[in-house]
Design a protein around this ligand. Sequence first.
Ligand code: LMR
Length: 397
Amino acid sequence: SMFEKFQPAKADPILGLSKLFQVDPRAEKIDLGVGIYKDDNGITPVMSSVKKAEARLLQEQNSKAYVSLAGAELFRDQMRDLVLGDAVAADRVATLQTPGGTGAIRQIFESMKILNPDCTIWISDPSWPSHMNMATHMGFKTRGYPYFNNETRLVDTAAMLNSFQDLKGGDLLLLHGCCHNPTGANIDMDTWKAITDLVIEKGAMPFIDIAYQGFGDGLDQDAAPLRYMASRVPEMFIAASCSKNFGLYRDRVGIAMMIAKDASTAELVQGNLAVLNRLNYSFAPDHGAAVVGMILADADLRAEWMAELEQMRRAMLTIRKDLADALRQQCNSDHFDFIAHHRGMFSRLGLNAEQVLSLREDHGMYLVGDSRINIAGLAGKRHLPFAIAVAKVATVS
Ligand code: LMR
Protein backbone atom coordinates (compact mmCIF):
# COMPACT_ATOMS: atom_id res chain seq x y z
CA SER A 1 0.00 0.00 0.00
CA MET A 2 0.99 3.61 -0.41
CA PHE A 3 1.26 4.43 3.26
CA GLU A 4 3.59 1.54 3.97
CA LYS A 5 6.23 3.34 1.96
CA PHE A 6 6.70 5.59 4.98
CA GLN A 7 9.70 4.65 7.08
CA PRO A 8 9.00 4.57 10.83
CA ALA A 9 9.41 8.18 12.00
CA LYS A 10 12.51 9.02 14.00
CA ALA A 11 11.88 10.71 17.34
CA ASP A 12 12.64 14.44 17.21
CA PRO A 13 15.94 15.04 19.05
CA ILE A 14 14.36 17.81 21.14
CA LEU A 15 10.61 17.14 21.28
CA GLY A 16 11.11 13.37 21.74
CA LEU A 17 12.77 14.11 25.06
CA SER A 18 9.64 15.81 26.43
CA LYS A 19 7.71 12.57 25.95
CA LEU A 20 10.30 10.57 27.89
CA PHE A 21 10.26 13.17 30.65
CA GLN A 22 6.48 13.08 31.01
CA VAL A 23 6.36 9.35 31.74
CA ASP A 24 9.26 9.42 34.25
CA PRO A 25 7.64 8.89 37.69
CA ARG A 26 10.56 10.36 39.71
CA ALA A 27 9.56 13.49 41.65
CA GLU A 28 13.07 14.98 41.52
CA LYS A 29 13.30 14.82 37.69
CA ILE A 30 14.33 18.01 35.87
CA ASP A 31 13.42 18.86 32.26
CA LEU A 32 16.27 20.71 30.52
CA GLY A 33 15.11 19.84 27.01
CA VAL A 34 12.84 21.91 24.78
CA GLY A 35 13.54 25.65 24.72
CA ILE A 36 10.67 27.14 26.69
CA TYR A 37 11.09 29.70 29.46
CA LYS A 38 10.14 28.48 32.93
CA ASP A 39 9.70 30.34 36.21
CA ASP A 40 10.74 29.12 39.68
CA ASN A 41 7.75 26.78 39.76
CA GLY A 42 8.65 25.23 36.43
CA ILE A 43 5.69 26.98 34.79
CA THR A 44 5.81 28.71 31.38
CA PRO A 45 3.50 31.63 32.14
CA VAL A 46 1.51 33.75 29.71
CA MET A 47 3.09 37.21 29.95
CA SER A 48 0.91 39.82 31.62
CA SER A 49 1.29 42.24 28.68
CA VAL A 50 0.06 39.43 26.40
CA LYS A 51 -2.94 38.71 28.65
CA LYS A 52 -3.89 42.39 28.56
CA ALA A 53 -3.57 42.61 24.79
CA GLU A 54 -5.64 39.45 24.41
CA ALA A 55 -8.36 40.89 26.66
CA ARG A 56 -8.42 44.05 24.58
CA LEU A 57 -8.54 42.03 21.39
CA LEU A 58 -11.49 40.03 22.70
CA GLN A 59 -13.31 43.31 23.39
CA GLU A 60 -12.41 45.15 20.22
CA GLN A 61 -12.20 42.53 17.49
CA ASN A 62 -15.42 42.54 15.52
CA SER A 63 -14.52 40.28 12.63
CA LYS A 64 -12.56 37.15 11.88
CA ALA A 65 -12.52 37.81 8.15
CA TYR A 66 -9.20 37.29 6.38
CA VAL A 67 -6.37 39.76 6.79
CA SER A 68 -4.00 40.26 3.84
CA LEU A 69 -1.94 37.36 2.47
CA ALA A 70 1.32 38.83 3.71
CA GLY A 71 -0.16 39.25 7.18
CA ALA A 72 -1.14 42.19 9.37
CA GLU A 73 0.63 45.41 8.45
CA LEU A 74 0.82 46.67 12.03
CA PHE A 75 2.57 43.48 13.15
CA ARG A 76 4.97 43.48 10.21
CA ASP A 77 5.92 47.15 10.53
CA GLN A 78 6.41 46.90 14.29
CA MET A 79 8.50 43.74 14.00
CA ARG A 80 10.63 45.22 11.22
CA ASP A 81 11.45 48.14 13.51
CA LEU A 82 11.99 45.96 16.58
CA VAL A 83 14.50 43.79 14.75
CA LEU A 84 16.15 46.25 12.37
CA GLY A 85 15.87 49.54 14.24
CA ASP A 86 16.96 52.20 11.76
CA ALA A 87 19.71 50.09 10.19
CA VAL A 88 18.10 50.24 6.72
CA ALA A 89 15.40 52.35 5.07
CA ALA A 90 11.99 50.78 5.76
CA ASP A 91 11.07 50.82 2.07
CA ARG A 92 13.92 48.41 1.32
CA VAL A 93 12.40 45.70 3.54
CA ALA A 94 9.76 43.22 2.35
CA THR A 95 8.00 41.40 5.20
CA LEU A 96 5.87 38.28 5.52
CA GLN A 97 3.95 37.07 8.55
CA THR A 98 4.55 33.35 9.05
CA PRO A 99 3.49 30.54 11.39
CA GLY A 100 6.38 30.91 13.85
CA GLY A 101 10.05 31.49 13.12
CA THR A 102 10.13 28.00 11.60
CA GLY A 103 7.53 29.12 9.05
CA ALA A 104 9.80 32.05 8.18
CA ILE A 105 12.75 29.71 7.64
CA ARG A 106 10.57 27.55 5.40
CA GLN A 107 9.44 30.53 3.31
CA ILE A 108 13.03 31.77 2.95
CA PHE A 109 14.12 28.32 1.77
CA GLU A 110 11.11 28.32 -0.60
CA SER A 111 12.38 31.62 -2.00
CA MET A 112 15.83 30.13 -2.56
CA LYS A 113 14.15 27.26 -4.44
CA ILE A 114 13.03 29.92 -6.90
CA LEU A 115 16.06 32.21 -6.81
CA ASN A 116 18.98 29.77 -6.70
CA PRO A 117 17.99 26.11 -6.23
CA ASP A 118 21.58 24.97 -6.82
CA CYS A 119 22.94 27.00 -3.93
CA THR A 120 24.68 25.44 -0.98
CA ILE A 121 23.09 26.30 2.36
CA TRP A 122 25.78 26.83 5.00
CA ILE A 123 24.72 25.85 8.50
CA SER A 124 26.75 26.08 11.69
CA ASP A 125 27.99 22.78 13.07
CA PRO A 126 26.20 22.34 15.41
CA SER A 127 22.93 24.17 14.85
CA TRP A 128 19.26 23.83 15.77
CA PRO A 129 18.55 20.42 14.14
CA SER A 130 15.61 21.69 12.06
CA HIS A 131 17.91 23.98 10.05
CA MET A 132 19.73 21.04 8.49
CA ASN A 133 16.67 18.77 8.45
CA MET A 134 14.50 21.30 6.60
CA ALA A 135 17.25 22.18 4.11
CA THR A 136 17.92 18.55 3.19
CA HIS A 137 14.21 17.69 3.16
CA MET A 138 13.79 20.40 0.51
CA GLY A 139 16.63 18.93 -1.54
CA PHE A 140 19.25 21.64 -1.02
CA LYS A 141 22.95 21.00 -0.95
CA THR A 142 24.21 21.80 2.52
CA ARG A 143 27.53 22.36 4.21
CA GLY A 144 28.20 22.53 7.93
CA TYR A 145 30.72 25.16 8.97
CA PRO A 146 32.94 24.79 12.06
CA TYR A 147 31.50 26.79 14.92
CA PHE A 148 32.12 25.41 18.39
CA ASN A 149 35.49 24.70 19.96
CA ASN A 150 34.95 21.68 22.20
CA GLU A 151 37.94 22.56 24.36
CA THR A 152 37.18 26.21 25.09
CA ARG A 153 33.41 25.91 24.61
CA LEU A 154 33.62 29.19 22.69
CA VAL A 155 33.20 29.93 18.99
CA ASP A 156 36.06 28.56 16.90
CA THR A 157 36.43 31.86 15.07
CA ALA A 158 39.53 31.04 13.04
CA ALA A 159 38.18 27.73 11.71
CA MET A 160 34.82 29.30 10.90
CA LEU A 161 36.26 32.25 8.99
CA ASN A 162 38.66 29.95 7.20
CA SER A 163 35.82 27.75 5.95
CA PHE A 164 33.94 30.82 4.67
CA GLN A 165 36.75 31.25 2.13
CA ASP A 166 34.89 28.53 0.18
CA LEU A 167 31.62 30.52 -0.02
CA LYS A 168 30.39 30.80 -3.59
CA GLY A 169 28.35 33.62 -5.10
CA GLY A 170 24.66 32.94 -4.42
CA ASP A 171 25.26 30.51 -1.53
CA LEU A 172 23.03 30.98 1.48
CA LEU A 173 24.91 31.58 4.73
CA LEU A 174 22.68 30.88 7.74
CA LEU A 175 23.79 32.61 10.95
CA HIS A 176 22.15 32.78 14.38
CA GLY A 177 21.54 36.47 15.16
CA CYS A 178 22.16 35.95 18.89
CA CYS A 179 21.87 33.31 21.61
CA HIS A 180 23.24 30.47 19.47
CA ASN A 181 21.17 27.30 19.69
CA PRO A 182 22.41 24.77 20.89
CA THR A 183 25.77 26.02 22.15
CA GLY A 184 25.17 29.40 23.84
CA ALA A 185 28.52 30.53 22.39
CA ASN A 186 28.20 33.68 20.30
CA ILE A 187 30.15 35.41 17.56
CA ASP A 188 31.87 38.61 18.73
CA MET A 189 31.38 41.94 16.96
CA ASP A 190 34.81 41.98 15.29
CA THR A 191 34.06 38.59 13.78
CA TRP A 192 30.65 39.76 12.59
CA LYS A 193 32.47 42.54 10.76
CA ALA A 194 34.87 40.05 9.20
CA ILE A 195 31.95 37.82 8.12
CA THR A 196 30.20 40.83 6.60
CA ASP A 197 33.33 41.66 4.59
CA LEU A 198 33.52 38.06 3.38
CA VAL A 199 29.84 37.88 2.43
CA ILE A 200 30.23 41.02 0.35
CA GLU A 201 33.49 39.85 -1.23
CA LYS A 202 32.11 36.42 -2.14
CA GLY A 203 28.63 37.58 -3.18
CA ALA A 204 27.01 35.15 -0.75
CA MET A 205 23.52 35.71 0.62
CA PRO A 206 23.32 36.20 4.41
CA PHE A 207 20.37 34.70 6.25
CA ILE A 208 20.06 35.60 9.92
CA ASP A 209 17.75 33.55 12.10
CA ILE A 210 16.94 35.52 15.25
CA ALA A 211 14.70 33.49 17.56
CA TYR A 212 15.84 34.82 20.95
CA GLN A 213 16.06 38.61 20.67
CA GLY A 214 16.08 39.98 24.22
CA PHE A 215 17.25 36.75 25.87
CA GLY A 216 20.99 37.51 25.65
CA ASP A 217 22.29 41.00 26.41
CA GLY A 218 19.10 43.01 25.75
CA LEU A 219 16.73 43.79 22.87
CA ASP A 220 18.97 46.27 21.05
CA GLN A 221 22.25 44.60 22.00
CA ASP A 222 21.07 41.24 20.65
CA ALA A 223 20.07 42.83 17.35
CA ALA A 224 23.31 44.82 16.98
CA PRO A 225 25.22 42.29 14.83
CA LEU A 226 22.21 41.80 12.55
CA ARG A 227 21.74 45.57 12.21
CA TYR A 228 25.40 46.04 11.47
CA MET A 229 25.33 43.48 8.69
CA ALA A 230 22.01 44.84 7.35
CA SER A 231 23.51 48.33 7.10
CA ARG A 232 26.32 47.05 4.88
CA VAL A 233 25.07 44.27 2.60
CA PRO A 234 22.90 44.88 -0.46
CA GLU A 235 20.54 41.99 0.23
CA MET A 236 19.70 39.82 3.21
CA PHE A 237 17.16 37.37 4.63
CA ILE A 238 15.93 37.46 8.22
CA ALA A 239 13.70 34.99 10.10
CA ALA A 240 12.43 36.26 13.45
CA SER A 241 10.34 34.49 16.06
CA CYS A 242 7.99 35.77 18.77
CA SER A 243 7.77 32.35 20.42
CA LYS A 244 10.31 33.07 23.12
CA ASN A 245 10.42 36.83 23.71
CA PHE A 246 6.61 37.08 23.76
CA GLY A 247 6.10 33.56 25.17
CA LEU A 248 3.66 32.87 22.31
CA TYR A 249 5.06 29.44 21.45
CA ARG A 250 1.84 27.64 20.52
CA ASP A 251 0.25 30.61 18.79
CA ARG A 252 2.91 30.45 16.05
CA VAL A 253 4.05 34.01 15.47
CA GLY A 254 6.98 34.72 13.18
CA ILE A 255 8.11 36.91 10.34
CA ALA A 256 10.35 36.60 7.29
CA MET A 257 12.10 39.78 6.14
CA MET A 258 13.98 40.37 2.95
CA ILE A 259 16.16 43.42 2.59
CA ALA A 260 16.44 44.44 -1.06
CA LYS A 261 18.93 46.77 -2.68
CA ASP A 262 16.29 49.43 -3.28
CA ALA A 263 12.62 50.22 -2.80
CA SER A 264 11.43 49.04 -6.21
CA THR A 265 13.13 45.67 -5.78
CA ALA A 266 11.58 45.38 -2.32
CA GLU A 267 8.16 45.88 -3.93
CA LEU A 268 8.87 43.07 -6.36
CA VAL A 269 9.89 40.84 -3.45
CA GLN A 270 6.80 41.80 -1.43
CA GLY A 271 4.45 40.66 -4.17
CA ASN A 272 6.22 37.33 -4.46
CA LEU A 273 6.18 36.79 -0.71
CA ALA A 274 2.41 37.10 -0.57
CA VAL A 275 2.19 34.52 -3.36
CA LEU A 276 4.44 32.17 -1.38
CA ASN A 277 2.02 32.27 1.56
CA ARG A 278 -0.85 31.58 -0.86
CA LEU A 279 0.96 28.62 -2.39
CA ASN A 280 1.87 27.02 0.91
CA TYR A 281 -0.97 27.70 3.35
CA SER A 282 -2.70 30.96 2.35
CA PHE A 283 -2.78 32.94 5.59
CA ALA A 284 -0.55 32.82 8.65
CA PRO A 285 -2.47 32.56 11.96
CA ASP A 286 -3.64 35.99 13.10
CA HIS A 287 -4.24 35.92 16.84
CA GLY A 288 -0.69 35.96 18.21
CA ALA A 289 0.52 38.41 15.60
CA ALA A 290 -2.37 40.76 16.42
CA VAL A 291 -1.31 40.57 20.08
CA VAL A 292 2.33 41.38 19.23
CA GLY A 293 1.33 44.26 16.95
CA MET A 294 -0.87 45.73 19.65
CA ILE A 295 1.78 45.43 22.37
CA LEU A 296 4.55 47.00 20.30
CA ALA A 297 2.38 49.88 19.11
CA ASP A 298 1.00 50.79 22.56
CA ALA A 299 3.42 52.66 24.82
CA ASP A 300 2.10 51.17 28.09
CA LEU A 301 1.85 47.60 26.89
CA ARG A 302 5.24 47.85 25.24
CA ALA A 303 6.89 49.12 28.43
CA GLU A 304 5.27 46.33 30.42
CA TRP A 305 6.38 43.70 27.90
CA MET A 306 9.94 45.03 27.88
CA ALA A 307 10.07 44.86 31.67
CA GLU A 308 8.78 41.28 31.65
CA LEU A 309 11.29 40.26 29.00
CA GLU A 310 14.11 41.91 30.92
CA GLN A 311 13.07 40.03 34.05
CA MET A 312 13.29 36.71 32.16
CA ARG A 313 16.67 37.64 30.72
CA ARG A 314 18.07 38.55 34.12
CA ALA A 315 16.68 35.39 35.71
CA MET A 316 18.54 33.29 33.14
CA LEU A 317 21.76 35.24 33.68
CA THR A 318 21.50 34.66 37.43
CA ILE A 319 21.02 30.92 36.84
CA ARG A 320 24.11 30.89 34.61
CA LYS A 321 26.20 32.44 37.34
CA ASP A 322 24.74 30.25 40.09
CA LEU A 323 25.28 27.10 38.04
CA ALA A 324 28.87 28.00 37.16
CA ASP A 325 29.55 28.68 40.87
CA ALA A 326 27.91 25.45 41.99
CA LEU A 327 29.85 23.41 39.42
CA ARG A 328 33.12 25.04 40.46
CA GLN A 329 32.42 23.90 44.02
CA GLN A 330 31.14 20.44 43.18
CA CYS A 331 33.86 19.65 40.63
CA ASN A 332 36.62 21.59 42.34
CA SER A 333 37.50 23.01 38.93
CA ASP A 334 36.84 26.04 36.75
CA HIS A 335 36.03 23.71 33.84
CA PHE A 336 32.40 24.87 33.58
CA ASP A 337 33.01 28.62 33.97
CA PHE A 338 32.07 29.08 30.31
CA ILE A 339 28.40 28.65 31.30
CA ALA A 340 28.48 32.14 32.83
CA HIS A 341 29.90 33.58 29.60
CA HIS A 342 27.42 31.92 27.28
CA ARG A 343 24.28 33.85 26.42
CA GLY A 344 20.66 33.01 25.73
CA MET A 345 18.53 30.07 26.68
CA PHE A 346 21.04 27.28 26.10
CA SER A 347 24.51 26.04 26.89
CA ARG A 348 26.21 23.01 25.49
CA LEU A 349 28.09 21.42 28.37
CA GLY A 350 30.40 19.22 26.31
CA LEU A 351 29.38 15.94 27.99
CA ASN A 352 29.50 12.71 25.99
CA ALA A 353 26.49 10.54 25.10
CA GLU A 354 27.17 8.14 27.95
CA GLN A 355 27.25 10.96 30.50
CA VAL A 356 24.06 12.46 29.11
CA LEU A 357 22.38 9.05 29.36
CA SER A 358 23.58 8.54 32.91
CA LEU A 359 22.26 11.97 33.91
CA ARG A 360 18.89 10.94 32.55
CA GLU A 361 18.68 7.36 33.77
CA ASP A 362 20.48 7.60 37.10
CA HIS A 363 19.59 11.17 38.09
CA GLY A 364 16.38 12.13 36.22
CA MET A 365 18.07 15.09 34.47
CA TYR A 366 16.81 15.42 30.89
CA LEU A 367 19.38 17.05 28.58
CA VAL A 368 19.30 16.97 24.78
CA GLY A 369 21.65 14.25 23.47
CA ASP A 370 24.40 16.71 22.52
CA SER A 371 24.48 17.86 26.19
CA ARG A 372 22.52 21.06 25.55
CA ILE A 373 20.68 22.36 28.60
CA ASN A 374 17.80 24.81 28.76
CA ILE A 375 19.06 27.24 31.39
CA ALA A 376 15.51 28.24 32.39
CA GLY A 377 14.81 24.62 33.36
CA LEU A 378 17.11 25.17 36.37
CA ALA A 379 15.00 27.97 37.88
CA GLY A 380 13.84 27.52 41.47
CA LYS A 381 17.33 26.51 42.68
CA ARG A 382 17.30 23.36 40.56
CA HIS A 383 20.88 24.22 39.60
CA LEU A 384 22.03 22.71 42.92
CA PRO A 385 20.87 19.09 42.43
CA PHE A 386 21.90 19.42 38.79
CA ALA A 387 25.45 20.48 39.67
CA ILE A 388 25.73 17.57 42.10
CA ALA A 389 24.59 15.12 39.42
CA VAL A 390 26.94 16.56 36.79
CA ALA A 391 29.88 16.29 39.20
CA LYS A 392 29.01 12.59 39.67
CA VAL A 393 29.01 11.73 35.96
CA ALA A 394 31.72 14.07 34.65
CA THR A 395 35.39 13.64 35.31
CA VAL A 396 36.97 17.05 34.85
CA SER A 397 40.31 18.49 35.72
C1 LMR B 1 14.41 24.41 20.91
O1 LMR B 1 15.45 24.42 20.24
O2 LMR B 1 14.26 23.72 21.91
C2 LMR B 1 13.27 25.29 20.47
O3 LMR B 1 13.64 26.05 19.38
C3 LMR B 1 12.03 24.55 20.26
C4 LMR B 1 12.05 23.73 19.02
O4 LMR B 1 11.16 23.93 18.18
O5 LMR B 1 12.93 22.88 18.87
